[in-house]
Every structure is written in C-alpha cells, then in structure tokens.
Write a protein of this length. Structure first.
Lengths: 414, 270
C-alpha cells in the first residue's frame, strides 16, 4: 500500500515535470529552456518503464488488471520514442536549429510549438494517469480531474496572450527610444521613428470617438427604450449584426467608394470608415447596458410624472454609463488596431508627416507595421517592426485600461 | 417661465368633464383592459372616496395590480395593453386623448411592490418628482417635509447625501413613499407596499398610511386580508378580473353579500 503510493507519486512528479517543461518551452520558445532530443527520449522511456512496473506490480500484488491501461499507454510512449529515434535527421525537426525569419513560417511553428506542445500534452496525460492510482478512483478523482481540466482550459486561453506579449516585448523593447517615438518615418523603413504614425493613430481614435459615440448610443437608446417589438426593430438588429460580421476589408472598400470621392483620402474618411466598423460594437454593448437597468426604476420615474426622455436622461443613462463607456472604448481599441479599413482611405507609408487637419493624409501604426512587413528579413526593418508592434499594443492596452478605470469610476450599484 | 408655458399648453387641452358626487375623488366607470387578447379587467365600476383608504383584495392574478396601475395610466408603458371605459379624477376623464398622462401621474402618486429607489442620494430621490415637473419649491424644505410625512426623517436626517440603496428594505419603501409625496399628489396608489417587508417595517408602513389619509386619498392593493381589515375604510374584492363586491370594509368582512367574497375572506381559497 505504501509502495503503491510512493510509486504513483513518483510517476506523478516525473510527469508533472514533463508537463511544466513542455508548457514553459512552448510558451517561451527555445530561448532559454531547451528539451534536448535525447533527454526527451530518455524521459519517455523512464515514464513508460515506470508504467509497466506499476501495472505488473499491481497484477502480482492484488491479482487485478485495474491498471492494464498503463501498459497500453506505455507502449504508445515507447512507440513514439522509437519513431522519433528512427526519423532521418533531415526531417526530424526536433534535432534542427531554429530561426524565425530565415525559414517558412509553417516549419517554425511546427518546431517551436507543436513538438513542445506535444510534450506538454503527453506530460499532462501522464500526470493525470499517474494521479489515478495515487488518489484512487471515484468521486474525489472525478472532482479533481474536472478541476484540473477547467484550469487547463484557462491556461490554454491565456497562453497565446502571454506568448504574444512576451514575443513583442522581448523583441521590440530595445528599439523603443525617444528618438524612435518622436522621429519621422523614413522612405525605406530603416532608422527614423514612428512619431507621425502615433499621432495619426491617436487622431484617428479621436475622430472615430466623436462620430461613433452619439450615433451608437442614440441607436442603442432607440432600440432599448423607444422601439417596440416589430419588423422595423428586427431589420435594424439584423443590419447591426451583419455590419458586425462584415470583413474589415469590405469596410475599407466601402469607404474607398463612398467617402473618398467626397472627402478624398484623409483622416476624416478613414475615421468615418472605422466608425462604421466600430458602430455595431458600441450599439450592442450600449443596448445591453441599457437593458440591464431594471424596469422598476423606469416605472418609478414615470410614476412621478417624468416624461420618457427625462426618465432616460436622469435615471436610465447614468447607471448604464459604465457599460456604454466600456463598450465604446473596447470598440475604439479594435478601431485603433485595424489596418484594412484605412488601407484605401487615407493611410500612407511615407511622406505624410504629422496630420495637419481632418483632410490630410496620415500615418497610422497598424498600416505602418503592415508596410514594414514588406521588408521582413532585413534586420533593421525587423527591429522597427517589432518596436512599432510594441507601441501599438501599448496604445491598445492603454485604451483598455482606461475603459476599466472609467467603468470603476462610474460604477453604480442597484 | 417654463411652468407658465406648460400651463398655457395644458389650458388648451380640452378634457371631458362631469359632475362628481360629493366627497368622491375618483370614479372608475365600465372599465375594461386587455393584454393582447387576454382580458384582465372586466367592466369595473368603482368609486374612491376622498381622504379615505380604499383597499383592493383578491387572489393572485385577479387583476388588482392591473386595476391600480390603470388609475394613473401606468399601463400605458406596456405596448400590448388596450383599454375601454373611463376613469374620472375630480370630474376629468384621464383616459381622454387630450389628457396629459405625465400630469396625471404627477397628481396621482404611486408606490410599488418592490422598493425601487433610484441609485442616487436620498435627497435627490425625494426631490426627483419636483425636478422633472419643474416645480418651483425649495429643495431642503420639500425633502424635510416629505421625509417627515413618511416617518423617515429621524433615521436619515444626518445622511441625506448617502446613496438610497444603502438603506434597509423598509426604509427604502418609506423613501419611495416620501418620494411620491414630493409632487404633492392628490391620490396615492400603493401596490402591495408591504409585501416585501418584515412585520416591523410593515407595521410602520401601516401606521404611516393611517397618517397619510388625513391629507391624501389612498388606494392600496394587498393580498393580506388582515392588513386590508386593519387599515382600510372601503374594500373592493376582485376575482378573475371582475369586481365581485365593493363596500365599506366592515361590511365586506363581517357581512359579505356574495358567496365568493365570503369564501375568500373565510380562507376557503386564495
């Protein structure tokens, strides 16, 4: 009994180490933790050996085939190891060096992520299998595995975010200097800075806010407060949903054909196009915030002789404000990062300088980043690209943090 | 200035008028109400006497809340509602097209089943009605008068700027009553005002209603028969959308004319 506990505890720990190693190397690529090929194989063999031992030990001690599945699993592990050993070096990605920009992106992803992810998943599976004999089956085990599964989901959800931020910060940080932030954009993307692009993006956000806030909140107030169920509202709602589902490049083409002939390629044109893109987000979140205000306080206001508009203005909008602000700012964050809609409507790569009015062409961070991709592989441009990405992410992050702060500030409980 | 303009507008509106019997504040006359195809009130006839408490009792779903909400046209907010018949307030038909339902609601205050204070400060809650009706009154005075009338002044006088939601349920309900008093209504409608409260808070509300009837006409919906017997002067008994019996409370409880009323009052159903 004691041996059983020690044994499965031991397997559990080994498996956990593998799981952690796998996850860490997956998350932070191969820069500082590297599972050596032969170490990996040795781990697999140790693991499967201990599985064999456990199940055979159980058979002789308790005359039970309860852990027969461990034998099957161990065999699979050994087969995997054998396949890895027998693979020719040329196609065994695990044995090859890694580079990011000198290889097709597919191969890089496969090497960097898939193999490590596989180790991680193997580790998790091994850990949970070893977990079973350690704690015994039954309710408790079910409860624990459900818990672990749910946690696993969380990990897999935030992992990409951590990964993206880590990549961008580690690569972009050294390029972000004062001269980079304020410098002018050069014609070939080498050296210089992104000052005009930052100002352009901020200006764009301002234009979008001014257009989208009254339109979006107004529509939401109509939908939530004035409209009655019927064909008109259904049409409006469907239109909003379709608008939300429309690819952003289509918005860009729309802006190109409708707004560019009127205002020319300019900050205003791009702002209008982005506003249309953002509108559904603002409408939906505002409407939800308005609907969340309980009907009782609407009734209270009406019963006191308030008109419908007074009720909306004084009683419904204030508590809905945090939700409206959050939705709007999240929409703005989306707008700030969009490339396709500004592609045809006013953003340029070189030569616009700082925007000097609503009708001037402008630089914007996402478009600048997209343009720099054309030079990828050339190190100085690459550095600029990473740093631009970092600044863009910081701006979007800043917008979202603002949303959270504003929401907390205006929060009212019911 | 705005008030003058408003009065000017209202004088132009022609409301149907009629003579009212003495001491009668409101008359409900052959009143029907439908939610879509479902008839909730069936030709109700009822009178509300001035400075008295009129209770409406009946089993759940009998239409008593619907009736009381019809008295200040709160049912207008539900789009599927249709009505026919008249409700007279001081000789004026409030269901006439020319009648301004917003002004009607100022004159006929309402307290709801669930305490529903606005999520802002206590004094702004009380003053809200004066604010939206552009009433030319002193804020501090009004707040003090209404809170005193609602027997809440002593408990909240030191924290008038606190959020109304920090009050207890019973205090919130009395605040809602104070809020309804601020617009100087003539009639006060109460839709089961004590059903969400504990016995002590209920007793306070009942005492309050007794005080209020000196200045106001009160119509109260309740499914608590003892409460109706304790506080009301007149009682209306409703069943399945019909007004089965209406009369003085004593008579209804001690000597009901209809068998249905007697069954309900003696607790055989409901």
């Amino acid at each position: 009994m004691k041996l059983k506990k020690i044994l499965s505890g031991w397997i559990f720990i080994i498996s956990l180490i593998f799981a952690v190693l796998g996850f860490v190397s997956f998350a932070f690529d191969f820069h500082f933790i590297k599972i050596n090929f032969w170490t990996g194989i040795a781990g697999l063999l140790i693991l499967s050996g201990s599985y064999y031992f456990t199940s055979i030990y159980y058979y002789f001690k308790y005359k039970s085939w309860k852990f027969i599945y461990l034998i099957i699993f161990a065999t699979i592990l050994i087969a995997t190891a054998a396949i890895f050993i027998m693979l020719p070096d040329k196609i065994n990605l695990w044995k090859q060096p890694l580079g990011l920009f000198d290889e097709p992106i597919g191969a890089v992803i496969l090497k960097k992520f898939v193999l490590n992810q596989m180790i991680a998943i193997l580790g998790v599976i091994s850990a949970s299998i070893a977990f079973a004999p350690y704690y015994g089956f039954g309710k408790r085990f079910g409860q624990r595995s459900a818990y672990i599964l749910v946690y696993g989901c969380i990990v897999f959800t935030i992992l990409p975010l951590i990964l993206i931020i880590y990549q961008i910060v580690s690569n972009g940080m050294m390029g972000v200097t004062w001269s980079f932030l304020t410098g002018d954009i050069t014609y070939d993307g080498v050296g210089g800075g992104i000052g005009p692009a930052i100002v352009g993006t901020l200006g764009l956000i301002a234009v979008v806010t001014i257009i989208v806030l009254p339109l979006g909140v107004g529509t939401a107030v109509y939908l939530a407060e004035y409209s009655e169920r019927g064909p008109i509202v259904r049409v409006i709602r469907t239109a909003v949903n379709i608008l939300q589902g429309t690819p952003s490049i289509v918005h860009g083409l729309f802006g190109f054909t409708v707004f560019v002939p009127i205002f020319g390629p300019s900050l205003l044109t791009a702002g209008l196009t982005l506003a249309i893109l953002t509108l559904p987000i603002v409408i939906r979140s505002s409407e939800e915030a308005l609907i969340a205000v309980p009907d009782e306080i609407r009734d209270a206001s009406l019963a006191l002789g308030g008109t419908k508009w007074q009720t909306i203005k004084k009683v419904v909008l204030p508590p809905a404000l945090p939700g409206i602000i959050t939705g709007t700012v999240l929409g703005l964050g989306r707008a700030a990062g969009e490339t396709a809609p500004i592609l045809f409507t006013g953003a340029v790569f070189f030569g616009a300088g700082y925007p000097d009015g609503l009708f001037s062409k402008f630089h914007a961070l996402p478009y600048h980043l997209w343009s720099l991709f054309g030079y990828m592989g050339y190190k100085p441009v690459e550095q600029n690209a990473w740093s631009t990405a970092l600044v863009l992410i910081l701006i979007v992050l800043g917008i979202n943090v603002t949303a959270i702060i504003l929401r907390e500030k205006f929060r009212q409980r019911f | 200035m705005i008030n003058k303009f408003k009065n000017l507008l209202q004088e132009d509106e022609i409301c149907e008028t009629r003579e009212m019997p003495e001491k009668i504040k409101m008359i409900v006359e052959d009143f029907d109400l439908w939610y879509g195809d479902n008839q909730a009130l069936k030709s109700i006839d009822m009178e509300v006497e001035e400075n008295k408490v009129t209770a409406i009792i009946g089993p759940s779903g009998c239409g008593k809340s619907t009736l009381v909400r019809s008295l200040n046209r709160m049912n207008d907010t539900i789009s599927s509602v249709r009505t026919s018949g008249n409700v007279w307030l001081d000789g004026m038909n409030i269901y006439e097209d020319g009648c301004d339902e917003v002004d009607i609601r100022r004159r006929i205050g309402m307290v709801f089943q669930k305490p529903n204070p606005f999520p802002f400060s206590i004094e702004n809650n009380v003053f809200y009605g004066c604010d939206v009706n552009d009433m030319d009154v002193d804020k501090d005075e009004t707040v003090e008068r209404c809170l005193k009338d609602a027997a809440l002044w002593d408990e909240v006088k030191d924290r008038l700027d606190e959020n109304a939601l920090s009050l207890s349920g019973g205090q919130q309900q009395r605040l809602c009553i104070a809020r309804a008093l601020a617009t100087e209504p003539e009639v006060l409608l109460m839709d089961e005002p004590a059903s969400a409260l504990d016995p002590i808070a209920t007793a306070k509300i009942e005492d309050l209603i007794d005080e209020l009837k000196k200045d106001y006409t009160v119509v109260i919906v309740t499914h608590n028969m003892q409460q109706a017997a304790r506080i009301s002067d007149y009682t209306a008994y409703m069943y399945l959308g019909e007004l089965i019996e209406f009369g003085e409370t004593e008579q209804i409880f001690e000597n009901p004319q209809k068998e249905n009323t007697e069954n309900y009052i003696t607790g055989r159903f409901g």
